[in-house]
Design a protein around this ligand. Structure first.
Ligand code: PA5
Length: 432
């Protein structure tokens, strides 16, 4: 099978420092190994066992098959509840998916009136045309204001048009939660999230598997890629722990911005998924025992090559030395060629008759050369191709990298106390 390749040669971290940091992650690796050996969902690292879970795969698949042909899927959820499915969908099916192939998909995350109005209008249009619609509402807690508000809005539209509306609704939530109970009372379809699997680590549970299955993604290959990467990242000197050490080193040396630089536009939302994962997991005030203030955190940013070379390229190469970059490249892409029109050679020579991939490759090499010349540290992840198997590897790698980073920073990568602060305060204001 095609493995992701990691080139860490230009990360500019002294070998002896790297060895010391790697040793600091020994305990974390042992904990992860023990969780995988024990199987099940009893611990904070439970998400590591999702890739072996045949029940969730089966439940998501059989429900998707039961729906048969779906014309439009509405995914209602926010943060860890929708970013993973969005990222994999866009990477595999393309950002322009709705203009090209079906089923169409609409995401309702924030309570932005204008974008919800479009969702309402689309839902009404599909229902009026008697097309097949599914609403998948995903909320671990079942009490996130944005998700519940958007769900109620879409539910009201569905109810108005379809007396058998309950059959079109799938609720993905913690088993036994208040939302679970309510969904049961109303005869909605139900998919569980294990209690110990947090939102941002839940993409390989029914949270991601059901919508991705409806959208035609090969979820079995996705899980196979994730399983292979999980096993790889439990070995000594694995890429998740090595890159965690690199990020940790640079964050302690004033390079506290981690830029994910994708040379593939459709991977942008993978960057946004990682932004949440890294931001929420490591951005912490207290150490693990809650005894010492630490103010840990790395600021994740997302850039797209070559587009952003024409916006932030100057800053990245000439500006402050505060970033550590990951270039994400794809080895095999679709073939699109510049026609061989010699009369245009005076504008930009040597591109006529070349593929866009060749041109992109030259740009990548040029950028890396400039980064080296300007002492800007980076490492490279190469995907053999954009496939479910490769993406399964990539997302699993990142989740384990962040777990290793939690150990290095001495913070709990599984909670998000400050997100809860805003959630509580919003509810208080709304109750006034
Ligand atoms: O990763 C997380 O835990 C959060 O981002 C949650 O996914 C997000 O806040 C949504 O919460 P819920 O799934 O409970 O609606």
């Amino acid at each position: 099978m095609k493995e992701l390749q990691f080139n860490l040669a230009h990360a500019v971290v002294p070998q002896d420092e790297l060895h010391i940091l790697e040793r600091l992650t020994d305990h974390e690796r042992a904990v992860m190994q023990a969780v995988v050996e024990a199987k099940g969902y009893g611990s904070d690292h439970a998400s590591l066992n999702l890739v072996d879970d045949k029940e969730f795969l089966q439940a998501s698949r059989s429900l998707a098959h039961k729906f048969g042909v779906v014309d439009a899927l509405f995914i209602v959820g926010i943060g860890g509840s929708n970013l993973g499915a969005l990222a994999i969908h866009e990477a595999i099916n393309g950002k322009m998916h709705n203009g090209i192939r079906g089923p169409k998909v609409f995401f309702a995350d924030t309570v932005d009136s204008q974008s919800m109005l479009v969702n309402i209008q689309m839902l009404e249009a599909y229902l009026a045309a008697k097309r097949s619609v599914v609403i998948n509402v995903i909320s671990k807690s079942g009490s996130t204001t944005e998700t519940v508000a958007n769900f109620e809005i879409l539910l009201a539209v569905l109810k108005k048009h379809d007396p058998r509306f309950a059959e079109r609704i799938v609720v993905t939530t913690d088993e036994g939660s208040p939302f679970w109970k309510l969904a049961k009372q109303h005869d909605f379809h139900l998919l569980p999230i294990p209690a110990k699997v947090g939102g941002r680590y839940s993409v390989f549970s029914c949270v991601g598997l059901f919508p991705l299955q409806v959208l035609g993604v090969d979820v079995q290959s996705l899980l196979a890629g994730a399983a292979d990467m999980r096993d790889r990242c439990l070995e000594p000197h694995n890429p998740a722990l090595q890159t965690a050490c690199l990020h940790y080193f640079h964050s302690k040396h004033k390079r506290n911005i981690a830029d994910m630089f994708f040379y593939a536009t459709d991977l942008e939302s993978i960057g946004k998924w990682y932004r949440q994962l890294l931001g929420e997991s490591i951005g912490k005030e207290w150490d693990l025992q809650h005894t010492k203030q630490v103010h840990a955190g790395i600021t994740p940013t997302v850039s797209i090559g070559s587009t952003d070379l024409h916006s932030v390229g100057q800053l990245y190469l000439g500006g402050p030395q505060d970033k550590f970059t990951t270039f994400i490249t794809v080895k095999k892409t679709t073939l699109v060629e510049v026609p061989d029109m010699s009369e245009y050679e005076s504008l930009v020579p040597h591109i006529q008759g070349k593929s866009l991939h060749e041109i992109m490759h030259a740009i990548q090499a040029g950028v890396q050369h400039a980064f080296k010349e300007n002492a800007r540290p980076f490492y490279v992840i190469e995907l053999p191709e954009v496939s479910a198997y490769a993406l399964g590897q990539l997302l699993q790698f990142y989740m384990m990298q962040v777990m290793y980073l939690g150990a290095l920073f001495g913070v709990n990568p599984f909670d998000q106390p400050h997100v809860e602060l805003y959630k509580k305060e919003t509810k208080r204001i709304l109750s006034e």
